[in-house]
Design a protein around this ligand. Structure first.
Ligand code: LLP
Length: 430
């Protein structure tokens, strides 16, 4: 049985699926498939659910939302969020370039990542980002050195690895002591003491991020308590910390989960920090998935049905290169026909698979579908870590992306052309 998450922006009426006021089948006709389709309304609603929770009872802003653009870094999505007052969480020079391209205020950028290159650090210092989220002692020294060479001071936060189990997929759990992320809990105080002595470092914050697709609040509360213990000690030692960055990671409903409501979750974390005696701390959040995940779908067309007594396959024109999550994390994405089938048919169980030459190229397993060749399917909840993780494996051009706002559809990324894929390659001379 297909468990379908409740969605904003995508609705079904009489077996026809719409994105806002447009039929998905019309978009397929106009732009072809596979096609990523986003609802602006869904994107804006999710951001506002976070942002409206960032104020205290006097209407004072106490927190900021820094969208983790790795989830989906299309310029149109970044532009919309920028207009709504979002900051951004970056993890590469490439993401910094995107933020600057859409005119984001550098003071709204935090630069995270476990392996920042010298060049990336230089670019971020030049841009005057708000903060470097530092993940090792070696990185701290490199940032100090480069800031010194440039005659600048680098604002930093140390990323704490709190050794908390986020109870999520092993590949997207980041706050355990054997994960590569952050500074080991017992080394954090020592590292702040070192940072305080460095000539070109300004300590401005502390941060942690414990994982992704987290569906309960408890691991966050555990991590916060551990970080606040460090803050108490730092306060005693006279180290001033202005902000606490709680990372991202709130899960979404893909069909089988019931994560906390965004607004209530944000308020609870904020209150938890404030009620622990830290009412002056500015709080930052870095959500990615919970802002775009359910704002996007991947539209695909059925190429062939292949049936046998053992197994049925529904072979579609999207593949693992377009949406990696099923094969990489065994992730469930609901799959629905976007209109009544072209011919009468009965329901069968299918594995929905792509054309790529790997048995791991599947998008859904054992799905009950009443479909025919040529029908269109929507793979739901594909807005986060869909396009941003897509590749050109099998020399497949990546899909186009469309953003819908009411009755209007905007092409926000053209479909790649096959020639683009090898335009930078050269054959050897004869
Ligand atoms: N902040 C930091 C430091 C992060 O590493 C991440 C995600 C986020 C924020 C945003 O987390 P979110 O709110 O999106 O959960 N490709 C995987 C997810 C990888 C997450 C990596 N870090 C997936 O498709 O499930």
């Amino acid at each position: 049985m297909t468990n379908i998450p409740a969605l904003i922006g995508f609705t079904e009426k009489n077996q026809n699926w719409y994105v806002e006021d447009i039929l998905l089948s019309d978009l397929a006709k106009q732009f072809g498939t596979p096609l990523y389709v986003y609802s602006k309304h869904a994107l804006v609603s999710a951001f506002k659910a976070y942002d409206s929770a960032c104020f205290d009872s006097n209407g004072q802003r106490k927190a900021r939302i820094h969208y983790a653009m790795k989830a989906n870094s299309n310029l149109a999505i970044l532009g919309c969020l920028n207009q709504l007052g979002a900051g951004f969480d970056l993890v590469s020079g490439g993401e910094l370039a995107r933020a600057l391209k859409i005119g984001a205020d550098p003071k709204m950028l935090v630069f995270a990542g476990v392996g920042k290159s010298s060049n990336e650090i230089r670019e971020a210092l030049k841009a005057k980002v708000r903060c470097f989220n530092v993940e090792s002692i070696a990185e701290l020294h490199r940032i100090n050195q480069i800031a010194h060479e440039m005659g600048l001071r680098a604002p930093i936060s140390l990323r704490v690895n709190p050794d908390v189990d986020a109870k999520t997929h092993a590949y997207i759990s980041t706050g355990l002591r054997d994960n590569k992320f952050g500074i080991a809990y017992y080394d954090v105080l020592k590292t702040y003491r070192q940072a305080a002595l460095l000539s070109n470092i300004d300590i401005v914050g502390i941060d942690c991020h414990i994982g992704s697709q987290i569906t309960t609040i408890e691991p966050y509360l555990d991590a916060i308590d551990k970080v606040l213990d460090l803050l108490k000690q730092l306060k005693k030692e006279g180290v001033r910390i202005h902000h606490l960055d709680l990372g991202g990671g709130l899960g979404i409903n893909y069909g089988n989960e019931s994560p906390p409501d965004i607004h209530a979750f944000t308020k609870s974390l904020l209150n938890h920090v404030h009620n622990s005696g830290f009412a002056d701390l500015e709080i930052l959040f870095e959500p990615g998935r919970s802002i775009v995940g359910n704002a996007g779908i991947l539209l695909t067309q059925i190429e062939y049905l292949k049936t046998s007594p053992d197994k049925n396959f529904c072979i579609v024109d999207a593949a693992m290169n377009d949406l990696m999550r099923p094969t990489l994390y065994d992730a469930y994405h609901a799959i629905v026909p976007v209109q009544a089938s072209s011919k009468n048919t009965h329901t069968e169980k299918y594995d929905v698979v792509g054309p790529v030459c790997e048995s791991g190229d599947w998008l859904g397993k054992d799905r009950s579908l009443a479909v025919n060749q040529g029908d269109l399917l929507a793979i739901l909840s594909a807005g986060a870590y869909g396009f941003s993780m897509a590749s050109n494996y099998n020399t497949r051009a990546r899909p186009a992306e469309i953003m819908v706002d009411g009755k209007q559809a905007y092409l926000i990324r053209e479909r790649e052309q096959i020639q683009d894929l090898f335009s930078k390659e050269k054959t050897l001379p004869n």
